[in-house]
Each structure stands twice: as structure tokens, then as C-alpha cells.
Design a protein around this ligand. Structure first.
Ligand SMILES: Cc1cc2nc3c(=O)[nH]c(=O)nc-3n(C[C@H](O)[C@H](O)[C@H](O)COP(=O)(O)OP(=O)(O)OC[C@H]3O[C@@H](n4cnc5c(N)ncnc54)[C@H](O)[C@@H]3O)c2cc1C
Length: 413
């Protein structure tokens, strides 16, 4: 238990996984917290994200497991299908002891965000006056001096904070305003990813995350917590096109073209796309920020470090980072800049681990042409065969093993 000094007032930009998790722990530690989220309300959407190793430990320490268990996605494993839906390779969770592409604990990103929001509201109820959660606003300017940070907002009046945390995702505004332009930190990885919720197509094998490779796009359908819906997952291999950002009609047209004649459930995915209320579409980028703390401003989650959704590690890294940052701030509330530096050092091993892409990136994940599509089919079939299983187990065991959490006390009020 900490002896708390007068606590700092922390501004968190972004109410995604990282921002909400941080706010939970800060409020529980008795730290005044303002969260500003650009969206008008909590953002739904996203496919299943997995929790293993240190991220599972953090979820347990934060008391999130009962909420996660209530919305847990039950998946048997991953299957590769051809144009007629015939399975030519399987990776079952049981065969890989929950350490393969599908982990033992899977929850949709939007459901995890809901669990975090519920937990935050509970924490705020027991600590009145500590949380100010604002939707539909964003920061527009940041100016720091030795004693604090002046922040301007699009909607709310300007205010001064002791610490500003940029948890505003891959295209972080905090990073742009306090560290430098996005181009300085982002590397395009050769494609785009899209996710959305769709009605579960008739005839889909229940409980399996099924995937199909076609030239230019790999698309999959993944179980949801609610069996009547599924998540469509699309990875497109393409040159960079910045004009797609924020242009939903252009994003839909691109996906529609890529799925033309792709067989299996492609027509159902195409038909559901227009109605999807939670379409997420973004470039696949890697984010490298050499030093994530700068005085009283610090970056967290994808804003600080990201290897793209291809890693499957973004949510885990965000949860771990939020937990470490809150703990460091609670340890020395009177020395915010020191706490941010210690957090920055703590997060390095997790952030580096979180940027590793299993299978070697988009070139291995999405075939460029028909020849590569045929080759993907052959190599996937071999890799997932019984004979290659011990080797694949070793590959996934390496990827799943995350660094241990540093010994830090659990922050409590
Ligand atoms: C809707 C959605 C769906 C996703 N689906 C997947 C998925 O299926 N698979 C996967 O691997 N990853 C997905 N991601 C990314 C994944 O959530 C992150 O990699 C990971 O959870 C790290 O979380 P984060 O909080 O750093 O970033 P995010 O979860 O991206 O959260 C950032 C938050 O900041 C908000 N924001 C952005 N700019 C501003 C601003 N200027 N001011 C205030 N707020 C701002 C955003 O609206 C968002 O709520 C998704 C992200 C979103 C937003």
C-alpha cells in the first residue's frame, strides 16, 4: 500500500484499451484522471484478442477476469479453407496447448473495452470526483514547462495538467503535438487491415476461425461471443494510399473488389460490409518511438509502440503498459517525470516483443498472385500437418513467451 502525497492530475488522450486500462488503475490509486476520447461514445469493434503470459497476469491483477470470462469467445482453433470451403489445414487450440494462433483466453476487442469501461465506472463510484470521462473531444495543443502541461481542446476550455498520456492509437495526436510528425515514427508494412461484425453465415464450421488466401487478400471469419454474429477479418496487400483514411466508401469499394470471385463465403462478407456499424479499417504500420517519455508527456499503447494487428500483440502490450505506468505514477506521485522515465524503461522488453510478427509479415500472410496463393496452400498444409506440429509448437511457444512483469506493488488507494 502506498502513502500518497497530493496526487497529480493526469490527462489521458484516447479511451481505447490502453487509455481505459490506465484510467482504471489511476482512479484506484487515488489519482485525479481526465480521459478525452475523440469518438462520441465507447468504440465497439475488433476481432478476438488474446491474453497470455504477462497480459493475462495483468488482467488477473486488475480484477478483469470475471468480466472477461462472461464474454469469452470459445474457439476450437484455426482452419484454412479453399474456395469451396474445404479445410486443408488445421491448428487446433488443444493440439497447441493454447499457445498456437488461438489462445485459451480470447475476447473481442470491443467486449474487452466494455469490460474496462464497466470496471472504470465501478472504480469511479467508490472514489467520487477523481474521474472526468469526456467523449467527443480531442486535444489540439500541448505546451509543457517544468511544473505542468497546458492543453487546449477542440470543445472544452484549455486546462493545465501535471501529466499528459497519449493513448490515442497508431495515429496519435499527442505524439504529433509533443514528439514530432507521424512520418518520423511510422513504417508502412505493405497493406491494410479491416475488421467488422457480420451475421454468422449459414454452413460455417462452428467454433473455428476459418481463413482463405486469395491473391491480394486473406480473409477470415472468426467466432464471436454471440453465436449469431461473427467477425470478418481482412488483410489486403497493397501500395500505400493515404486517401483511404476516413473515406468509408473508398474502403468498402476496395474490399469489395478484392473479394470479387474469391469463393467460399466472400459474397456473404461483401453483402454484410455495407451494413457494418463497426467497420475498422487502417493501414498496417509499425510504430517505433525511441523514447516514449518527454518530461511530463508520455505515450502508451499503439501510440508508443506497434507492430500492427498482424502481431496479435497490440492489446496485450497496451494492458501491460497501462498497468506499469499507473504503478510507477502511484509510487512517486510527487515526481511525475521520474515515474514516466521508469515506466519508459519498464515497457521496452514488452514493446519490442509486441512488435514481432509471426510468419514473417504481409508477404507470407497475403499471396501476391495465383502462384503464391497455390504455394501458400501447399506450405500451410505442410506446416499444419501432424508431422510438422512439434516444430510449429516451438515457433509459437517462442512467440507466446512474453517477458516477466517487474516486481512492482499493486497500486491501491
Ligand atoms: C475500433 C477498433 C477496432 C480494432 N480492432 C482490432 C483488431 O481486431 N485486432 C487488432 O489486433 N487490433 C485492433 N485494433 C487496435 C487495437 O485496439 C490496439 O492495437 C490495441 O488494443 C492497443 O490499444 P490502444 O488503446 O493503444 O489503441 P486503440 O484501441 O486504437 O485506441 C485508441 C483510442 O484513441 C482514440 N483517439 C484517436 N485519436 C484521438 C484523439 N486525437 N483524441 C482523443 N482520442 C483519440 C480512438 O478513437 C481510440 O478509441 C482496433 C482498434 C480500434 C479503435
Amino acid at each position: 500500500m502506498y502513502e500518497l502525497n497530493p496526487t497529480p492530475h493526469v490527462l489521458v488522450s484516447g479511451g481505447g484499451i490502453a487509455g481505459l486500462a490506465l484510467a482504471v488503475q489511476l482512479v484506484r490509486s487515488g489519482i485525479r484522471t481526465t480521459v478525452v476520447e475523440r469518438a462520441a461514445g465507447p468504440r465497439p469493434g475488433g476481432q478476438a484478442v488474446d491474453l497470455r503470459g504477462a497480459s493475462r497476469e495483468v488482467a488477473e491483477r486488475m480484477g478483469l477476469m470475471p468480466g472477461i470470462d462472461r464474454r469469452r469467445v470459445h474457439e476450437e482453433g484455426m482452419a484454412y479453407v479453399d474456395g469451396k470451403g474445404r479445410v486443408f489445414g488445421r491448428m487446433s487450440m488443444a493440439d497447441f496447448d493454447g499457445e498456437g494462433a488461438v489462445a485459451e483466453i480470447e475476447i473481442s476487442r470491443g467486449d474487452l473495452a466494455e469490460v474496462l469501461l464497466d470496471t472504470l465506472m465501478e472504480a469511479a463510484e467508490t472514489a467520487p470526483g477523481l474521474l472526468d470521462l469526456r467523449f467527443g473531444d480531442r486535444i489540439t495543443a500541448i505546451a509543457q514547462d517544468a511544473d505542468g502541461v497546458d492543453v487546449s481542446f477542440e470543445v472544452a476550455a484549455s486546462a493545465r495538467f501535471d501529466v499528459v498520456v497519449g493513448a490515442d492509437g497508431v495515429h496519435s495526436a499527442t505524439r504529433r503535438l509533443a514528439f514530432g510528425p507521424e512520418e518520423q515514427f511510422a513504417t508502412y508494412l505493405g497493406g491494410c487491415a479491416a475488421f467488422f461484425t457480420m451475421p454468422t453465415p449459414a454452413g460455417l464450421e462452428e467454433g473455428w476461425f476459418s481463413m482463405r488466401f486469395v491473391p491480394g487478400i486473406t480473409f477470415g471469419i472468426r467466432p464471436d461471443f454471440d453465436p449469431s454474429t461473427s467477425k470478418a477479418i481482412l488483410t489486403l496487400r497493397m501500395d500505400r494510399d493515404p486517401s483511404l483514411r476516413g473515406d468509408r466508401a473508398a474502403q468498402e469499394a476496395l474490399i469489395d473488389r478484392a473479394l470479387e470471385g474469391a469463393g467460399w463465403h466472400a459474397p456473404t462478407v461483401q453483402a454484410a460490409l455495407g451494413d457494418a456499424s463497426d467497420l475498422y479499417f487502417d493501414e498496417l504500420v509499425r510504430i517505433d518511438v525511441p523514447d516514449v517519455s518527454s518530461g511530463r508527456v508520455v505515450l502508451l499503447g499503439d501510440a508508443a509502440s506497434c507492430g500492427s494487428p498482424m502481431t496479435g500483440q497490440g492489446t496485450a502490450t497496451a494492458l501491460i503498459g497501462a498497468y506499469l505506468l499507473a504503478a510507477r505514477l502511484a509510487e512517486t506521485p510527487e515526481d511525475a517525470a521520474g515515474a514516466l522515465r521508469r515506466y519508459a524503461a519498464d515497457i521496452v522488453p514488452f514493446a519490442e516483443h509486441g512488435k514481432e510478427i509471426p510468419y514473417g509479415g504481409i508477404e507470407r500472410m497475403v499471396p501476391k498472385n495465383r502462384f503464391e496463393a497455390a504455394m501458400s496452400r501447399v506450405t500451410s498444409g505442410i506446416m499444419l500437418s501432424r508431422i510438422a506440429r512439434p516444430l510449429m509448437k516451438r515457433v509459437f511457444a517462442g512467440a507466446a513467451e512474453s517477458p516477466a512483469l517487474p516486481e512492482i506493488p499493486v497500486p491501491v488507494r
